[in-house]
Write a protein that binds this ligand. Structure first.
Ligand SMILES: [Zn+2]
Length: 181
């Protein structure tokens, strides 16, 4: 797994779009070079190394990253520990509040229904994802985030700047798993 991960990373080394990275950094008012989605991708890579489904998430407020996390389902043997949930949990602890108002999330894959529910309940204002779920034509994310049943709504944005890297990380992971079984 470790060897495959390094091979995968090597193939991406020269493909990063520096222009996009710089533009994104300005837009997010993060530290120079600290694009939130890049940080989420770094988290996803950590998950890959640990044999977890490679998904990473960060939460940003006022241009600053306040929490970052990756999927920990296997390590903790807990179905709830998707990257988004772990990230929300850390942000709530840091801000001493369950209301993550004026905060937004960047996540490497379109959130699942469980995480969409957590995102809207945590009052996040926006979630940006790097690659789409294969079944995303069911619009379940938007349905949950915009549900009139909840007294808050959250915007969702698909930003394809890091789509290739995020989706290939996932496909490489699942290919490796299939080959092992
Ligand atoms: Zn999820």
């Amino acid at each position: 797994m470790q060897k495959l991960y390094h091979l995968f990373m090597k193939s991406f080394k020269d493909q990063k779009n520096v222009k996009n990275l710089t533009e994104q950094s300005k837009k997010c008012a993060c530290k120079p070079g600290q694009n939130p989605m890049q940080v989420a991708l770094d988290e996803a890579k950590k998950a890959f190394k640990k044999g977890e489904v490679p998904i990473g998430a960060v939460i940003v407020r006022d241009g600053k990253i306040i929490s970052k996390a990756h999927n920990m389902r296997e390590k903790k043997q807990n179905a709830l520990l998707h990257a988004e949930i772990v990230c929300i949990n850390k942000a709530c602890k840091k801000l001493h509040s369950w209301r993550l108002e004026n905060c937004e999330m960047f996540v490497t894959l379109e959130p699942c229904p469980m995480c969409a529910g957590a995102i809207v309940n945590a009052r996040l204002s926006r979630v940006t994802f790097a690659c789409q779920e294969k079944t995303s034509n069911d619009h379940i994310l938007e349905t949950i985030l915009q549900s009139p049943r909840l007294n808050h709504t959250c915007q969702s944005v698909f930003d394809n700047t890091f789509e290739t890297e995020a989706s290939e990380l996932l496909s490489t992971f699942f290919k490796t798993k299939r080959n092992q079984s």
